[in-house]
Design a protein around this ligand. Structure first.
Ligand code: ATP
Length: 373
């Protein structure tokens, strides 16, 4: 059981009906959310949706206008930032340029009343954890951007906070280093068991590192779920479209045939003859307007007509070659394009599909989701 599926598990953090207003602008709107100990929790959403505001309230840099935030069951509203068992790592890292890596990591510990040898032990432990041992005596300008990022991380973990807040922590790194560092972050999070909450607007990053992702829009939560649930079973067209590539097909529910399987629905798509067969447990009534969402890689493409639950024919209009895969844009009705993705491993042994080819697209009943909002 993951803690979020266990009704007896106690969350580490609880937002209860939290609203944050700046003047008459509502940045966070009556938000309720539980985050569990040892989670790597990602807040994801477009610019301005309230991610940073939510995180700053956890850190104590903003106070809720309404509602309460609990940490380990205690209302942390009145607790000032420096008295919370919470640390925040900023995108700028804010390292002291005149201090060595060692002293940067030790900085916060020295300001506490921790004995000197314990400080030494902690710093050494952090250097090891972040593989910075060899750089201990260097100053920030003598190390790389990725190494500076690790110093900032080591410094924020040195006091062993219960909760570490990371605001776009990898934003300053180039793509390759960013990918490597994501895995390092995951390792460090697992090793220390510290709860991480990360703000990012990079979908891939959230999906890679997080135990769960909260997709936000306009100060509210659209969906809170594991990365694969968010990808495979988005709860709205907004989430489906925000994460990864998707075909969104609007249609109207038809009464399923007598004897059809439970949960079977048939969607009459305005622009084609053939209805789409799908499954849904939403108990949809006939004539309801819905969207059918299907990922391009769930749509098979072939030159021969296949046996499948759903088959549509069309013409290839565009091909995006991406190395390991290609995405095909197939017009199945005038002006209606479905994207299909296929791996390129067998490219050598079969005739390559090309522009203007007549092809069949197919998928199973359960390959997509039916969405009502
Ligand atoms: P980004 O990805 O661009 O950092 P975000 O999702 O983190 O965006 P927030 O920084 O949380 O967004 O801001 C949410 C909204 O609240 C924005 O519209 C912002 O302009 C507004 N806002 C944030 N702080 C203040 C403030 N101190 N005064 C007034 N408005 C604010």
């Amino acid at each position: 059981f993951a803690p979020w599926d266990d009704p007896t598990a106690k969350p580490l953090i609880q937002f209860k009906n939290v609203t944050k207003r700046f003047g008459d602008f509502t940045a966070i709107d009556n938000l309720t959310l539980d985050i569990y100990a040892q989670e790597f929790f990602a807040l994801l959403g477009p610019s301005g949706c309230g991610k940073t505001t939510l995180m700053r309230m956890l850190g104590g840099f903003e106070t809720p206008t309404e509602g309460h935030i609990f940490l380990d069951g205690v209302d942390i509203g009145p607790v000032p930032p420096n008295e919370r068992p919470v640390n925040m790592m900023f995108q700028s890292y804010a390292l002291f340029p005149h201090l060595t890596v060692w002293d940067n990591i030790a900085f916060g510990l020295k300001r506490s009343d921790m004995p000197k040898d314990e400080i030494g032990d902690r710093v050494e432990k952090m250097l090891k954890l972040t593989q910075l041992g060899k750089f201990a005596k260097r100053k920030p300008h003598q190390i790389s951007g990725g190494q500076r990022q690790r110093v900032a991380l080591a410094r924020s973990l040195a006091k062993a906070p219960k909760l570490l807040l990371l605001d776009e922590p990898l934003g300053a790194l180039d793509k390759k280093l960013r990918h490597e560092t994501q895995f390092e972050l995951m390792d460090i999070q697992e090793t220390t068991g510290t709860t991480f909450v990360i703000v990012t607007h990079d979908q891939e990053e959230a999906m890679t590192v997080a135990s769960r992702v909260a997709v936000m829009v306009d100060g509210t939560l659209s969906q809170v779920a594991t990365p694969d649930q968010i990808y495979e079973a988005p709860n709205s067209t907004y989430v489906a479209d925000f994460i990864g590539d998707v075909n969104l097909i609007e249609g109207v529910i038809e009464v399923p045939e007598k004897g059809a399987a439970k949960d079977a629905v048939s969607i009459r798509w305005s622009s084609t003859e053939t209805p789409i067969n799908a499954t849904s447990d939403l108990g949809l009534a006939a004539a309801a307007t819905v969207h059918f969402a299907i990922r391009p890689e769930k749509v098979s493409i072939s030159t021969e007509k296949p046996e499948a639950d759903n088959v549509m024919s069309g013409k290839i209009l565009d091909i995006a070659y991406l190395g390991n895969i290609s995405t095909y844009h197939v017009e199945v009705a005038p002006g209606l394009i479905i994207k299909a993705q296929a791996t390129n491993v067998r490219r050598m042994s079969r005739r390559n599909l090309t522009w203007e080819d007549h092809v069949y697209l197919s998928w199973t009943d359960t390959a997509g989701v039916v969405l009502t909002s």
